[in-house]
Design a protein around this ligand. Structure first.
Ligand SMILES: Nc1ncnc2c1ncn2[C@@H]1O[C@H](COP(=O)(O)OP(=O)(O)O)[C@@H](O)[C@H]1O
Ligand SMILES: N[C@@H](CCC(=O)OP(=O)(O)O)C(=O)O
Length: 402
């Protein structure tokens, strides 16, 4: 053994029994648009081999919009949401038909799973999605997951399948997340720039301090560029799931544990089930403002939030909806699932002793936080943050410019 990182087999990959593999639009389409059957087949061959060797695979596949362009006579990804949705409607069927035929060559069935990130943040839907995915796997089929673009309008504009894949990895309790793109790993800057260097490993946020992340790829069909992949890697690794990022053409090496691409080591432990979705995927339907004492007790001492703690209510949320918990100065201190409707909360005190948020349905928002500008979408919509989505502040170089 030479001791080079590339030569050392990755233990995290070799021991993984359940792997979520995410493939981006840029890796599934031809140069002139439309689905590239050869590339789909090449990927499926690799996944089927892993499946035959006993590894359970969940595929998160983008490409619905890209696949729908040519059949609808569109030369490029449309700028308006309605035509993006139409392209996704037509393309998703074609995409799954293609996967169905391709996996059938290996005697494998696929099961289409369309998720709306916001929904799965709710406990019941989370459990339903978990049960469905587990059963598809238990019955030997391969789940093919995408966002439900028809209804998840915010997801088309601001969401991305990299983040969805990280959350799905948590949902199915995966041992590993593999992100496949058109670039063979994370570089310290634009990979097209002479002298750009690939990072073989990322052990934590410190390793990203001097890395420049672009928010758009070259292919013109993907969403989010490297920014969303690094954010997805942070969500997964914080939840105890290591991530390999590499090119789709290196998928076989990645699944064999060879040192291709970039390995993001796990940095945290698995969080309670639906809380990761609540933190990263839900859109708050409102907010409750708390007394100073309550803000402290609810976040630090894990005590229930009671109606008597509430000094103000914003929005028209219903029981089960995600809400933000604000301190006296209006800063977000936590996110929780409301146990009551907004209209049930009296706006004047004193209030009856009712539980507004149960401790099991509450996730503190670790500070410092701020709304992060998300990448500029190709449809030209304003580069505003997805409503209510806050993420921990990344190193300055990791946050896309406006
Ligand atoms: N620091 C970086 N390292 C690697 N790739 C980067 C970096 N910054 C920007 N990119 C770009 O990100 C692109 C991948 O993102 P994207 O097109 O959204 O892919 P996908 O369709 O696979 O999700 C690459 O083509 C690359 O040009
Ligand atoms: N749901 C969209 C995926 C959007 C997306 O995140 O694309 P990509 O950056 O290629 O992973 C579609 O199927 O077209």
């Amino acid at each position: 053994m030479t001791g080079r990182t590339e030569d050392v087999l990755r233990a995290d990959v070799l021991t993984a029994r359940r792997i979520v593999v995410k493939v981006g639009s840029s890796s599934l389409t031809t140069a002139v648009g439309g689905l590239d059957s050869d590339r789909v087949d090449a990927l499926v061959d690799v996944l089927a081999r892993a499946r035959a060797a006993g590894t359970e695979i969940v595929l998160v596949s983008s490409g619905a919009i890209a696949a729908g362009l040519a059949p609808l006579g569109l030369a490029e990804r449309p700028r308006d949401l309605a035509r993006q949705q139409a392209a996704a409607c037509v393309g998703q069927g074609l995409l799954v038909a293609r996967y169905t035929a391709s996996f059938a060559r290996h005697g494998l069935r696929v099961g289409q799973v369309l998720l709306t990130a916001d929904d799965v943040g709710r406990r019941t839907q989370y459990r339903n999605a978990h049960r469905a995915l587990s059963q598809v796997l238990a019955m030997g089929a391969v789940p093919v997951v995408n966002e439900n673009d028809t209804v998840a309008t915010a997801e088309i504009r601001f969401g991305d399948n990299d983040r969805l894949a990280a959350l799905v990895a948590h949902l199915v309790r995966a041992d590993l997340l593999v992100l496949l793109s058109d670039v063979d790993g994370l570089y310290d800057g634009d990979p097209g720039r002479p002298g750009a260097r690939r990072l073989a490993e990322v052990r934590g946020p410190g390793d990203l301090r001097d890395v420049e992340l672009g928010s758009a790829g070259l292919a013109g069909v993907g969403t989010g560029g490297m920014v969303t992949k690094v954010e997805a890697a942070r969500i997964a690794t914080d939840a105890g799931i290591p991530v390999v990022l590499t090119a789709a053409r290196h998928a076989a090496d990645a699944l064999a544990g060879r040192g291709t691409g970039t390995l993001f080591h796990r940095t945290g432990e698995r969080a309670a089930d639906h809380l990761l979705w609540l933190e990263h995927a839900s859109t708050p339907r409102g907010a409750v403002r708390l007394t100073a004492d309550a803000a402290r007790a609810v976040v630090q001492d894990n005590r229930p939030l009671l109606a008597a703690d509430v000094t103000g209510v914003e929005g028209h949320f219903a029981a089960g909806d995600p809400v933000e918990l604000l301190d006296e100065d209006g800063r977000v201190v936590a996110r929780g699932l409301a146990g009551v409707d907004a209209r049930e909360l009296p706006r004047t005190r004193p209030s009856p002793p009712r539980e507004v948020v149960h401790p099991d349905d509450l996730v503190p928002v670790a500070g410092p936080t701020r709304a992060v500008e998300r990448p500029v979408p190709r449809d030209g919509t304003p580069a505003r943050g997805r409503t209510g989505v806050r993420i921990r502040v990344l190193p300055a170089s990791a946050v896309p410019g406006p």
